[in-house]
Design a protein around this ligand. Structure first.
Ligand SMILES: *Cc1c(COP(=O)(O)O)cnc(C)c1O
Length: 514
C-alpha cells in the first residue's frame, strides 16, 4: 500500500511506516492510503466474534496491506491492547436501552480515548524507526514535542514512555489542567520523557512548541550536539487515525453478535468532536463496508464544525474562543476535516479551500460537496449548561455516569435520533472531569463555584464525594485514585517564550547526556 496526500503536492508515494515517521506531507497535505480496503459482506468480519480486540485490530491493519509483516503487527497489537486496559474487551459496548449503546473508549491507562491510538501508534512508530536505522534510511532517533491542554499529554506519555529510539517532551499550561491530569503527567516514570508547566494558556504552549520546529538555531544545535531530530505525533498523523477505525468495526461485530444490530440494519453513531479525528475514523469504517448510517457530529460552544456541516461555510474570522466544560473539544481548526474534503471533493479544491482558510479565515464549499457531507453527517452543538444537565438526566434515567464530552454526544444523539439503533461514543471516564460532573449531579450552574464542603476538596477528594452521591456508579479506576499523593517528579514551570522553551529542550537533552 502506498500513500497519497490531500493536496496532491507530495509525489513521493511513501509506505505506511514512512508516513508514520513523516506525519505531514510535503506541501502541507495529510496522508491517506491510495485505496481503502472494502469488506463487501460483513459476515466476513462476523467471523472475528470470538477473536480478541488485538486480533481484530491486526485483521483490519492487514487489510490495509501495510509494509509490516502480519506476525509483527499482531505482536504489537497484543502489546498495545493488553492488560494495561482495565476491561479485557478493551472498547466494550454498554447498552443503556434496546436502541442506545455506549462505546466506552476510556479503559486505557489514562482513562480517556486518546489511549486507543496512543497505546498503538508509538509501538509501530518505534518499530519503523528501528527498521529505518537498520536499513540506513534513517540516521537519528526522534524527539517528539507535544503541547497539551490535558488528555493528549498524559496519553502520549503513557504511550511513548520506555519506547526505544523515541523521546518525548510535553508542555502543559500551568494551572490550566486538572489535578488529576497534571499528576498523570508529572508522575510519569519514563526515562525518555520530560514534562514542563508553562506560564500561560494552551495557545501559548502550542505557539512556542510549533516555533521550535522552525527554529534554525535549535535545529543546528540538535544536528551538531545530538543524535536527535524533532518530530510530532499529533492527531493529523495517519498512524493515530488508523487505530481508531478498529473500534468501530469491533463495536459492530459485538452488537451483531448480541443481536442488537441485525442483518440489513444500520447503526447511527454520535461522536463528541474536536479535531475531527474520531468521527473521521467512523466515516472511514463506513467507506470500508461497516453498516453505519448517519454520523452525528457533536460540538460544544466552539461550534465551527457544526456550523460548517450545516452551511458549507467554515468561518473562523472573529470567532471567539470559548472555554468550556469539554476542553478536549475546544478547537477552532479541525485538521482532519481536510481528509473528508479530499474524499468528497478533490485535491485541487482542497488546496484552494485551505489557502482561503489560511489567508482569509474562511472558505465555502460547493453545493455538491455539501450535499455529499450532509448525506453522511448531521451536526449540532450543545452549550455548557446543557452538557451538565445531561449528566444529571443520564444518571437519573439510566444510573450511568458520564462526563461532559460524552454528555454532549448523548444530547446531540437524542436530538438527531432516527429509526436506526444509536451508538454514542464515550470518550473519557467521568472521574477525569470530577468538578463538572459534581455540578451536573448537584444542579450547580456551570461556572459557579462549588460550595462547602466541596470547595475545600482536592480533585481526588471530589471523586470520593461523587461516589457517595452516586454509589452505584462504577468505581474510580485504580490508576486514577492511586495518583493521589503520587510523587510529582516534574515540578518545573517555565515562561511561555520561545527562548525559554528552546532552552528547556536543550537542558533536558543535556541532562540526559545525549
Ligand atoms: C480528544 C478528545 C475528543 C475529541 O476527539 P477528536 O478526535 O479531536 O475529534 C473528545 N473527547 C475527549 C475526552 C478527548 O480527549
Amino acid at each position: 500500500m502506498k500513500f497519497i496526500d490531500t493536496r496532491g503536492l507530495d509525489s513521493s508515494r511513501p509506505s505506511f511506516s514512512e508516513v508514520l515517521l513523516r506525519g505531514i506531507a510535503d506541501g502541507g497535505g495529510l496522508y491517506l492510503p491510495e485505496t481503502l480496503p472494502y469488506f463487501s459482506d460483513f459476515k466476513q468480519l462476523d467471523a472475528l466474534r470470538s477473536s480478541n480486540y488485538a486480533e481484530r485490530g491486526a485483521y483490519i491493519y492487514n487489510a490495509f496491506n501495510i509494509d509490516i509483516e502480519a506476525n509483527d503487527t499482531l505482536r504489537m497489537m497484543q502489546k498495545a491492547y493488553g492488560n494495561q486496559f482495565d476491561d479485557h474487551r478493551i472498547a466494550p459496548v454498554v447498552s443503556l436501552d434496546a436502541n442506545t449503546h455506549m462505546l466506552e473508549l476510556w479503559h486505557g491507562p489514562t482513562s480517556a480515548f486518546k489511549d486507543m491510538a496512543l497505546q498503538c501508534m508509538p509501538r509501530f512508530f518505534s518499530f519503523s524507526i528501528k527498521r529505518g536505522l537498520a536499513s540506513g534510511s534513517l540516521s537519528r532517533d526522534l524527539l517528539i514535542l507535544v503541547a497539551t491542554s490535558g488528555d493528549t499529554g498524559s496519553a502520549a506519555l503513557a504511550g511513548f514512555a520506555h519506547r526505544s529510539h523515541t523521546n518525548l517532551i510535553v508542555f502543559y499550561p500551568d494551572g490550566g489542567v486538572s489535578d488529576v491530569q497534571r499528576t498523570q503527567m508529572t508522575s510519569s516514570l519514563g526515562t525518555n520523557v520530560g514534562v514542563y508547566g508553562v506560564k500561560g494558556n494552551f495557545d501559548d504552549c502550542q505557539r512556542a512548541v510549533k516555533e521550535a520546529f522552525f527554529n534554525e538555531d535549535l535545529q543546528a544545535w540538535l544536528r551538531e550536539h545530538t543524535n536527535l531530530q524533532l518530530s510530532s505525533a499529533n492527531s493529523i498523523n495517519w498512524g493515530r487515525l488508523m487505530p481508531q477505525i478498529i473500534y468501530y468495526f469491533s463495536a459492530i461485530i459485538d452488537l451483531r453478535a448480541a443481536g442488537k444490530l441485525t442483518d440489513g440494519q444500520l447503526l447511527d453513531i454520535a461522536v463528541p468532536t474536536g479535531n475531527f479525528g474520531n468521527i473521521m475514523a467512523a466515516w472511514l469504517a463506513k467507506q470500508m463496508g461497516a453498516p453505519i448510517g448517519r454520523l452525528i457530529c457533536a460540538s460544544n460552544e466552539n461550534k465551527v464544525l457544526a456550523d460548517f456541516i450545516n452551511t458549507g461555510i467554515y468561518d473562523i474570522r472573529d470567532r471567539e474562543f470559548h472555554m468550556t466544560a469539554s476542553p478536549a473539544m475546544d478547537i477552532l481548526v479541525s485538521s482532519n476535516l481536510e481528509r473528508l474534503l479530499y474524499y468528497l471533493a478533490d485535491a485541487p479544491r482542497v488546496r484552494e479551500w485551505m489557502k482561503q482558510l489560511r489567508e482569509n479565515g474562511i472558505f465555502e464549499i460547493d453545493a455538491k460537496t455539501l450535499a455529499l457531507i450532509q448525506r453522511d453527517f448531521a451536526a449540532d452543538y450543545t452549550g455548557n449548561q446543557a452538557s451538565l444537565d445531561v449528566i444529571q438526566d443520564c444518571w437519573k434515567h439510566y444510573h450511568y455516569l458520564i462526563e461532559p464530552h460524552t454528555a454532549i454526544a448523548l444530547h446531540t444523539a437524542e436530538k438527531h435520533r432516527g429509526d436506526n439503533p444509536m451508538m454514542v461514543v464515550s470518550t473519557a471516564h467521568w472521574a477525569k472531569f470530577g468538578p463538572n460532573v459534581l455540578r451536573g449531579l448537584l444542579n450547580i450552574p456551570y461556572g459557579e463555584d462549588l460550595l462547602a464542603p466541596y470547595n475545600k476538596m482536592t480533585g481526588f477528594e471530589l471523586l470520593r464525594a461523587i461516589r457517595r452521591l452516586a454509589p452505584e456508579a462504577a468505581h474510580v479506576p485504580n490508576r486514577l485514585s492511586s495518583l493521589e499523593g503520587a510523587f510529582e517528579r516534574y515540578q518545573k514551570v517555565i515562561p511561555a517564550s520561545d527562548k525559554d522553551i528552546n532552552a528547556q529542550i536543550k537542558d533536558w537533552i543535556e541532562s540526559r547526556a545525549y
